[in-house]
Design a protein around this ligand. Structure first.
Ligand SMILES: C[S@@+](CC[C@H](N)C(=O)[O-])C[C@H]1O[C@@H](n2cnc3c(N)ncnc32)[C@H](O)[C@@H]1O
Length: 330
């Protein structure tokens, strides 16, 4: 096998197995005993990623290297003369090559932060997005405010939980809450269970495999749920092919919302009333341009009333909050 330091490879994940993209490196680039420094390695990775038109090449390279050497990436500049071992360098190269092929950074490092927690992710789960943090914040604000009677233990349902980021963040933010989280993907649920254990919340977050509300029917939750929350797949099928290559690496089942991206809302909104108690909350993340149609779906439910629409960091309508009407007696 060739020396992993001798060249960076592009056509193969194993160093030295295919064409070089930056040529061989002369000895003067290396530190003692042929080992190379953090700064030199980073510089070459940044150039390579830039050539491959990866956005933010320096940050990507630093995060990958930090992951390989098990150091916070922000410390690397303070350790620029640190020498990498041959195995670290080989591993880093493999990661950089994968990143150059648009494998998401979060899959490569196996982690994504969400709210203030770190979640394990892999290619079987959707990568949590900052917009979804707004959904969690809004639900927590309402739960902690006058929305619920202070003495109640809120019962929360998260539909399409993925790696469990919403369910786990809500359970952590509401120490009394019980969260039921469903997903159709057994592989995603495996990751979610692992995340709940990592955050010591497995006693208050119940993961169940199945289609949206289906697995809840046996849980005797009808009319008892305080919050239904969901960030369902909402990309219109024809738009999937034009998504950035990184996003297309995520599970299609997590993206595809049907012809107009609205299939899941058409199912979730009418069924929610069966599970929500009077005055309880339905909180949905929605896609760009979907607000009007979703508001119409909600308006068609005689038991539901709108609460609020919240924009994301780009000013796009992103979160729709509505609640189960409290009927006046008599
Ligand atoms: C956009 S991802 C959201 C993941 C996570 N809740 C988040 O917000 O980051 C949608 C999730 O819905 C799940 N899903 C797709 N179809 C489903 C169905 N019929 N029933 C339950 N979950 C489904 C996918 O597996 C995926 O995990």
């Amino acid at each position: 096998m060739s020396n992993p330091q001798s060249k960076w490879t592009d056509g193969s994940l194993a160093p030295g197995e295919s064409e070089s993209f930056s040529g061989s490196v002369s000895c003067r680039h290396y530190g003692q005993a042929g080992r190379v420094t953090t700064r030199e390695t980073l510089g070459r990775a940044v150039r390579f990623l830039r050539e491959k038109e990866i956005e933010s090449p320096r940050l990507n390279a630093e995060i990958l290297l930090g992951h390989v050497v098990d150091r916070p990436h922000s410390h690397l500049c303070l350790e620029s003369h640190r020498l990498l071992s041959i195995s670290q360098l080989a591993k880093f190269k493999r990661q950089v090559v994968k990143r150059s092929r648009h494998e998401p950074l979060s899959y490569l490092i196996g982690r994504q932060s969400f709210v203030d927690l770190s979640f394990v992710v892999n290619s079987k789960v959707y990568i949590p997005r900052p917009e979804t943090e707004i959904l969690v914040d809004e639900v927590l604000k309402l739960l902690r405010g006058p929305f619920l009677h202070a003495h109640r233990r809120p019962l929360i349902v998260d539909l399409g939980t993925g790696c469990g980021n919403i369910a786990i963040s809500l359970a952590r933010g509401m120490p009394e809450a019980i969260v039921y989280a469903t997903d159709i993907s057994a592989e995603a649920l495996g990751v979610a269970v692992h995340n709940a254990e990592l955050h010591h919340l497995e006693d208050r977050v119940v993961f169940i495999k199945g289609d949206l509300f289906d697995p809840l029917r046996e849980e005797n939750l009808a009319g008892r749920v305080d919050v239904i929350v969901s960030n369902p797949p909402y990309v219109a099928t024809p738009e999937i092919e034009s998504l950035p290559p990184e996003v297309r690496r995520e599970p299609r089942i997590a993206l595809d919302g049907g012809k107009e991206g609205l299939d899941f809302y058409e199912r979730i909104i009418p069924l929610s009333s069966r599970f929500l108690r009077r005055g309880a909350l339905l909180a949905l993340e929605i896609g760009h341009g979907q607000l009007e149609k979703i508001q119409h779906m909600i308006a068609r439910q005689e038991d539901m009333e709108p609460v609020r629409v919240v924009k994301d960091y780009q000013g796009i309508d992103r979160i729709v909050l509505s609640k189960e009407r409290v009927r006046r007696e008599g």
